[in-house]
Design a protein around this ligand. Structure first.
Ligand SMILES: Nc1ncnc2c1ncn2[C@@H]1O[C@H](COP(=O)(O)OP(=O)(O)O)[C@@H](O)[C@H]1O
Ligand SMILES: [Mg+2]
Length: 359
């Protein structure tokens, strides 16, 4: 069926995407309304004009011209690129260009170029990126001030605790085995032990200095973190049932710190479970911008009331716990310019999602 040229023209003009056809001599033989509007010329401006006459003016639109040159030279089909384009009125646009080389009976018939104005979308992406960066900077600033405060408090506590512990021990050693005062000193010693644990945990947290990222395999780090859990499983007489779906992905990570973060998360899954066995499912996959590590456990989950506080330093629901684990993990992930989310259903399990920028 032959479509009348006039009908074809009105179909092309009604398309929301710009379309331009250039013949082998470089003449623009077809251009629709959307293309002329995006490129900033009236439709008549193209009549009998070569593409070079219109677009090859100086250095301005090198990238735009280059894609057309590449299609011609490399005889590409569906070459897609996003380029910036400066219109004659000075407006700068971001265009998504798809170009194909046309062939008819082994002869070059020309090239067809589809043009999409993605300026607004591009702006929105950039805005989103800036907002995320600002959010990350704020979080880092907040973590920095918590770090300074924690360091100062830990420093103030360390010396008196050592004296209290040391002298209590000496007094305890002087008492007879059946002395009724022993129980008081033992309680004081248990208290100092707990304070020492807190000071040590704070010390570990504040020592998480600038990371040293290298391009490393996530699977390798994952295996190491899994192996690190074995002694804890034995200690608690519990078993982890692992399911791992991991694509061979590399990311910019500090392998030591990242292993530590995973270890801490697996440890939580092991500690906060109902039975002697907990299922941990790990999925590692990559999408357009992120490397994702998802960890789902079959434990007790986190209640709605607790959820807002789990990243706070010293928040714990354990009878004897320090509550610095998730706070440390959060800091490690934010040092990697990544994101950490903890979700899940109370009573059914917890899902942790780590997102790291792709490289
Ligand atoms: N996988 C999990 N399942 C259930 N609760 C969790 C899990 N991970 C963290 N939590 C909750 O978050 C709190 C804080 O965790 P964390 O910072 O690691 O400290 P800690 O392990 O010392 O309690 C825990 O006390 C617990 O209530
Ligand atoms: Mg923990």
């Amino acid at each position: 069926m032959n479509i009348k040229p006039i009908i074809l023209k009105s179909i092309l003009d009604s398309l929301p995407v710009g379309l331009m056809v250039i013949d082998p001599e470089g003449e623009v033989i077809n251009i629709n309304r959307a293309a002329s509007e995006i490129l900033g010329y009236s439709l008549d401006a193209f009549e009998g004009k070569g593409w070079g006459d219109l677009f090859f003016d100086g250095e301005k639109n090198i990238d735009f011209n280059q894609i057309i040159i590449d299609i011609i030279q490399e005889r590409k089909v569906n070459l897609q690129r996003s380029v910036s384009y400066v219109r004659s009125d000075g407006k700068i646009l971001q265009l998504s260009i798809t170009g194909s080389f046309l062939r008819e009976d082994e002869e070059i018939a020309g090239i067809v170029v589809l043009i999409n104005d993605v300026t607004e979308l591009h702006k929105a992406h950039r805005h989103e990126k800036i907002v995320l960066e600002e959010k990350g900077a704020l979080q880092r600033e907040r973590a920095e001030s918590i770090k300074n405060l924690a360091e100062a408090v830990a420093h103030q506590i360390r010396n008196p605790v050592t004296s209290i512990g040391g002298f209590s021990m000496r007094m305890l050693n002087k008492l007879d085995q059946d002395d009724p005062n022993r129980v008081y000193l033992e309680t004081i010693l248990a208290g100092t032990k707990r304070l020492e644990d807190v000071v040590t945990a704070v010390g570990h947290y504040t020592k998480l200095l600038q990371i040293k990222p290298t391009r490393a395999s996530i699977s390798k780090v994952l295996e190491k973190a899994q192996a690190g859990l074995a002694p804890k499983e034995a200690e608690l007489s519990r078993k982890i049932k692992w399911t791992v779906h991991s694509e061979p992905i590399k990311a910019m990570i500090d392998p030591g710190l990242f292993t530590h973060a995973l270890n801490e998360l697996f440890l939580n899954a092991l500690e906060f479970c109902r039975e002697d066995e907990v299922a941990i499912e790990v999925c590692v996959f990559e999408d357009a911008n992120w490397v994702n590590v998802e960890i789902q456990d079959s434990g007790i989950g986190i209640s709605e009331e607790d959820r807002p506080y789990i990243f706070d330093p010293f928040f714990t629901t354990k009878a004897v716990g320090v509550g610095m684990g998730l706070c440390r993990v959060k800091r490690i992930i934010s040092e990697h310019k990544g994101e950490l989310k903890v979700d899940g259903v109370p009573g059914e399990g917890t899902k942790v999602v780590i997102r790291l920028p792709s490289v």
